[in-house]
Design a protein around this ligand. Structure first.
Ligand code: COA
Length: 428
């Protein structure tokens, strides 16, 4: 029996990785997906790990994207796993199973806290991954109901970008990059579930000139840039009967909801014809944003998808390290709560690991030793990660609902793991 080992990919592996990947996925030469596989294997070789046989040939590969995700003022490190592939002639012999087992062990050694992937539940659940929801905010550009059973075609409903106190104009990198960076920071910094945001602005040497044909604008009011939106057509998602656009980046100054409305209406006026079309995005489920869009007469949907069979999936690679990464944030939350003086211990257990959160003198610390606890909660990984990013509160989860919580313990859990206007995308 051939033995295989896992190691980080090197430039010398790129060609074999590419051949393995396109053969495993059946990609046809010249298609967008084939081109994308090529650019991943050759230009992002170092983001892969490979499973090689005794003579060093690539039997399989895994792409790993390193994503730091915010939990309030702290961050956890997620490995986004993709392009899991075993060469077609080697499939079905248990090699993929071994490669993924070793990948998960490797992620733990590399210091990752969480991992996410999308794929067949029956396969990835073997390695501990659990189905996890995905969130989208989408705008459908089809007939818009106007009441009384009538509807307006999207091209009429959205043709006019509307009158606003400020102006929407094409993004000009040489002038707007600093404002764009600042807005993005103000909008997403500290937003749980969103990627860590850069505060520094890194101007390129050759800033792109404004492009009036691009779906990329800023909103300016009295000389101040208050919003930025960049959308692109998503050719991989578009079908013959529907064109799909994706919002790649969006931010606005929260005190100016007109910025959100004006930019989004500008986008819709540009993409509403021909219909049907759809704008999809990873905008946060945020009450302020939904109010701003509603005020701008933009019907939108918040989709929270719970898939099965093939699904987005999450794995807590290291619970103790995850909790340790967020103790400052937990201490901060506790300090600002009605149970600020609480002292005691809370035990959280996941299928593969259990940890104690101990609170003394207002400080939350993590210890692995089990001892007396004021509350023990046995959670699935999906329940824990929802609470971690504020997708839902811990007290909404069945294990907490099943426990008869005292008002103090309920207050403690709600203080530590509240529901938040979480960002989406990085976790699903
Ligand atoms: C998925 C894949 C990596 C598994 O590797 P492998 O060496 O064939 O896997 P093993 O022999 O260890 O196990 C076979 C299992 O793969 C699973 N599998 C087959 N196709 C799969 C797919 N498209 N996605 C996920 N799992 C798959 C089956 O559930 C099978 O399970 P079983 O053991 O209950 O029969 C490999 O088949 C492959 O490269 N497929 C094509 C590319 C692909 O679909 N990748 C997954 C993207 S999410």
């Amino acid at each position: 029996m051939m033995s295989y080992r896992l190691r980080p990919a090197t430039a010398a592996d790129a060609q074999e990785m590419f051949e393995t990947q396109v053969a495993a996925f059946g990609e046809v030469e010249g298609t967008l997906r084939w081109e994308s596989a090529r650019s991943y294997c050759f230009e992002r070789t170092e983001q892969h790990i490979v499973f090689v046989d005794e003579s060093g040939h690539v039997a399989g590969l895994v792409h790993i994207h390193d994503h730091p995700i915010q939990v309030g003022s702290c961050a956890v490190r997620k490995a986004d796993v993709g392009h899991v592939a075993i060469g077609p002639e080697l499939q079905g012999q248990g090699i993929g199973t071994r490669m993924m087992q070793e990948t998960v062990a490797w992620l733990r050694e590399e210091g990752y806290h969480l991992s996410r992937l999308g794929g067949r539940v029956s396969f990835y659940s073997r390695f501990g991954y659990e189905p996890f929801p995905r969130r989208f905010v989408q705008i459908k550009l089809g007939p818009v109901p106007i009441g009384g059973g009538s509807a307006l075609p999207a091209r009429e409903a959205f043709a006019d970008p509307g009158e606003w106190p400020g102006q929407v104009r094409p993004y000009d990198e040489s002038r707007d990059l600093g404002d764009r960076t600042r807005l993005r920071w103000e909008y997403d910094h500290g937003r749980s579930g969103a990627l860590v945001v850069e505060r520094e602005c890194h101007p390129g040497r050759h800033p792109a000139p404004p492009d009036p044909t691009a779906l990329r604008w800023v909103y300016e009011r009295e000389g101040e840039v208050l919003g930025y939106l960049h959308a692109v057509e998503a050719p991989l998602e578009s079908t013959e009967s529907e064109t799909v656009f994706t919002i790649a980046e969006f931010a606005y100054a929260p005190a100016f909801p007109d910025a959100a409305g004006a930019l989004m209406r500008m986008l819709l006026s540009r993409v509403c014809d021909p219909e049907p079309a759809r704008v999809t995005s990873r905008l946060p489920f945020d009450e302020a944003l939904s109010e701003a869009l509603q005020a701008a007469e933009i019907p939108h949907e918040r989709l929270e998808m719970y898939q099965a069979m093939a699904s987005n999936m999450i794995l807590v690679v290291n619970l103790a390290a995850t909790l340790r990464a967020i103790t400052n944030e937990l201490s901060r939350r506790l300090a600002g709560s009605l149970v600020a003086g609480w002292e005691g211990a809370l035990e959280l257990s996941l299928p593969a690991e259990r940890c104690m959160l101990e609170v003394t003198g207002g400080e939350v610390v993590v210890s692995r030793t089990s001892g007396p606890a004021d509350l023990r909660l046995e959670l699935t990984q999906a329940q824990f990660v929802k609470a971690l990013f504020g997708i839902a509160t811990l007290t909404e989860m069945p294990p907490a609902r099943g426990a008869s919580l005292s008002p103090t313990l309920r207050g403690l859990l709600d203080a530590l793991f509240p529901r938040l206007p979480a960002g989406s995308g990085p976790w699903g």
